[in-house]
Design a protein around this ligand. Structure first.
Ligand SMILES: Cc1cc2nc3c(=O)[nH]c(=O)nc-3n(C[C@H](O)[C@H](O)[C@H](O)COP(=O)(O)OP(=O)(O)OC[C@H]3O[C@@H](n4cnc5c(N)ncnc54)[C@H](O)[C@@H]3O)c2cc1C
Length: 384
């Protein structure tokens, strides 16, 4: 089978990329190990994705945003970060002049479903579901992928979009920085007595980081970062005991709480690939940069990568030509590395319980709040 581009991985980034490349008139194959029915009706996975204005614009262009049910989108009006019990808070508020929120919270499974629907309605995309790429051969002017069932695909360009523990990245011989922070994230919806007013709260309690992301009505997405043992124990509690424990952990900030969804655990892992492109290949989404979820930018970075790659390939007869791929890799690294590195530092500081680290982080929040350009930069990053 002949294509212009083969994408390994039909996650949210792989599907958005397929859609954007097909809109350029490319013939695209997506190889995804899950069956088509799972992609068409993805199950709730606990993740609420905070989307920036730039991500919304791209999803609109790709015909994905309009497929999301407007009643399920939650505007994010303000973010408030606190250290422990200190009453001091770093506030990042939306610019009131234009009335626009900082961003929107959208459930990951809804994004996946909308992206699948858009891809299914687009000509030029072949979805090879229930399959993986078993081996690769790269020649001067093409790449050949052999699937686990023996089918062979030939293309000008191969894109790895198979997640942060990407098998394709390894097959391509690309190393990656991998940080395992030895923590787990427990995510679920909670209903609470008091309203959240569209404000996201995050604070650093003893041995745990707690975030509450505002959803529709009096519900929030609870994101707890804990030791794996504590996270597993919390997940296993019955609803009554869980409600009591999360009300205590959230210090009554939003009143009494009760669980409002299934609970999901994720390991706290972040990765950054040593190369973002090379001869006849490129990396996309978490396979390229697996951001620390604390900064809520993994998918936003994935979409920014889609935009940069598609822009670099626009008008190129050969989508696997070296020059444009090199330009994409340089631009994407320059745009993402500083925030990735800063997030790693912050994540280490806020998971370290030693007294010096505690002192430093209280100071860091005050410093960030006292430097208006810093707050402005954060707001700009979200809104533009
Ligand atoms: C708790 C949590 C909260 C988050 N919150 C935010 C947020 O607020 N904002 C934000 O921007 N990001 C957030 N993220 C990050 C975001 O979810 C990821 O960046 C995004 O899902 C990456 O998409 P992807 O398509 O690159 O990878 P994935 O979603 O991992 O998809 C990879 C796909 O590849 C397939 N696959 C894997 N291996 C193979 C193989 N060998 N062969 C074929 N197919 C394969 C998988 O089945 C899957 O469909 C969060 C993440 C977590 C865990």
């Amino acid at each position: 089978m002949q294509f212009d581009v083969v994408i390994g991985g039909g996650g949210p980034v792989g599907l958005c990329l397929a859609q954007a490349l097909a809109a350029q008139g490319r013939r695209v194959a997506v190889v995804e190990r899950q069956p088509r029915q799972v992609l068409a009706e993805p199950a709730f996975d606990g993740r609420e994705i905070a989307l920036t204005h730039a991500s919304r614009r791209l999803l609109e262009q790709l015909g994905i945003w309009s497929r999301l049910d407007a009643a399920t989108l939650s505007p994010l009006r303000q973010a408030r970060v606190q250290d422990g019990a200190s009453p001091f808070a770093l506030n990042i508020a939306a610019d009131k002049r234009d009335g626009e929120p900082l961003g929107w919270l959208v459930a990951n499974h809804r994004i996946r479903r909308a992206a699948f629907e858009a891809v299914a309605a687009q000509s030029g995309i072949t979805l090879l579901d229930g399959s993986s790429i078993a081996s690769l051969q790269r020649g001067r002017d093409h790449v050949e992928a052999t699937l686990d069932d023996g089918r062979r695909l030939q293309a000008k360009l191969l894109i790895a979009a198979d997640g942060r523990l990407s098998a394709l990245r390894r097959q391509l011989g690309v190393g990656a920085e991998l940080h395992d922070l030895g923590r787990s994230m427990l995510v679920c919806h909670v209903a609470h007595a008091k309203p959240h007013h569209g404000i996201a709260l995050e604070w650093f309690a003893y041995g745990a980081t707690v975030a509450l992301l505002p959803l529709v009505g009096n519900t929030s997405s609870l994101v707890l970062t804990l030791s794996p043992q504590r996270a597993e124990a919390l997940r296993a509690l019955d609803d009554v005991a869980f409600a009591a424990e999360v009300t205590r952990l959230c210090e009554g900030r939003l009143g009494a709480m009760r669980p409002a969804s299934s609970r999901h655990l994720y390991p706290l892992l972040s990765t950054y690939a040593r190369r973002l492109a090379g001869p006849r290949f490129a990396l996309a989404g978490d396979a390229a940069i697996g951001m620390h979820p604390v900064n809520a930018h993994g998918f936003n970075f994935g979409l920014a990568g889609v935009e940069r790659l598609v822009e670099a390939l626009a008008g190129q007869a050969d989508p696997g030509a070296e020059g444009p791929l090199r330009a994409f890799a340089g631009a994407h690294r320059r745009a993402t590395w500083p925030l990735y590195a800063a997030t790693q530092l912050v994540a280490r500081l806020y998971t370290n319980e030693r007294p010096a680290a505690r002192l430093l982080r209280g100071g860091a929040l005050r410093l960030a709040a006292a430097v208006p350009p810093f707050r402005q930069a954060l707001r700009m990053h979200l809104q533009h």
